[in-house]
Design a protein around this ligand. Structure first.
Ligand code: SER
Length: 316
């Protein structure tokens, strides 16, 4: 039986991943772990919850032993914008934290570690359109540097120690359950809340700043599908490009206006614009398609309709 530990379980992706994993493997078999933010009652009641500081290797180790864990989904991380405000913290949490997870994985002979990377692994010198899986990785943010390090470490632990580490380069993730925190793509979530509440939003990126994005159901399904893929089919491990849709704030505004016609948006780019400018606008994910059959389901229109429908209920 699978015994899974999810770090970052109270975060944007973690909170929905825990739910999906509990549906699939059973509530008791998925241990949700957060750092300091309290879990929702729903998460705590459904199954085990632990507070873990990933900078404390012993805390990770004792949870792994206590629950007989064989798989870790390591979702705990500092995102790009917070990472530029607090680069030292981002270095410690994202690089030392991951190192601790990998070391526990190696020592406890875990079956698998899932670690998300990001489009932030790319940088200003990377080709912007249809960015290939194998390309220039010279990020200019601490977050990006930590993600490239994570990919290289993951592949190193696989080659050197036989630890099965897998990961995808996520684009910006859009979801209606838990808000993202401290990312450059957060506008694409905030905009929906403001469109429904106030019919007005001030976007911190430029109108034509196109970035790769993905709706949460695709993001969760993709990661679990990769975790379950036959290892013999995989040529890549920790660095799969993953794509769904690409759009600019202006294009998203037009889609939202189809449903909320009097919604308006102004653009006041801040320091996050420079981060966005260093990332690609679209991604080639043929390696993920070929090696484990990746296929996104949500395009911009379907995602926008679903977001507004779900958020209208939530914000009632
Ligand atoms: N959504 C993330 C961020 O903006 C990218 O991985 O930081």
């Amino acid at each position: 039986m699978k015994k899974i530990l999810v770090t970052g379980a109270v975060g944007q992706i973690g909170s929905e991943l825990v739910e999906a994993l509990r549906d699939k493997y059973g509530n008791e078999n998925v241990v949700a772990a957060g750092h300091r933010t309290k879990p929702t009652e729903e998460m705590k009641e459904a199954g085990p919850f632990e507070f873990i500081d990933v900078l404390d290797k012993e805390e990770i180790e004792s949870a792994v032993k206590k629950y007989n864990i064989d798989t870790i989904y390591h979702m705990g991380a500092i995102l790009s914008a917070t990472g530029e405000e607090k680069p030292q913290l981002a270095f410690r949490v994202n690089i030392i934290g991951l190192y601790n997870i990998l070391e526990v994985g190696r020592e406890q002979k875990l079956e698998r570690i899932m670690v998300p990377s990001s489009i932030a692994a790319f940088g200003p010198d990377t080709p912007k359109e249809n960015t290939p899986n194998e390309t220039i990785l010279r990020p200019t943010t601490m977050y990006g540097i930590s993600k490239v390090s994570g990919e290289l470490l993951g592949d190193y632990y696989f080659r050197r120690f036989g630890l099965d580490v897998r990961g995808v380069r996520y684009p910006g993730i859009i979801s209606n359950k838990t808000l993202p925190g401290g990312g450059t793509t957060d506008y694409a979530v905030e905009i929906f809340y403001e469109a429904i509440r106030n019919k007005y939003y001030v976007c911190f990126l430029k109108e034509d700043s196109t970035l790769p994005m993905m709706y949460m159901p695709d993001a969760i399904r993709g990661l679990i599908e990769l975790a379950e893929a036959d290892i013999n089919q995989l040529k890549h491990h920790s660095d799969f490009n993953l794509a769904a849709v690409s759009f600019s704030p202006g294009e998203l505004v037009s889609e939202i206006q189809r449903i909320i016609p009097d919604f308006t948006c102004d653009y006041k780019p801040d320091f996050r614009q420079e981060i966005a400018d260093s990332w690609p606008s679209s991604i080639d994910d043929s390696a993920a398609q070929d090696e484990w059959g990746w296929k996104p389901e949500f395009d911009l229109r379907r995602m926008t309709e679903d977001m507004i429908e779900k958020l209208r209920i939530k914000l009632r």
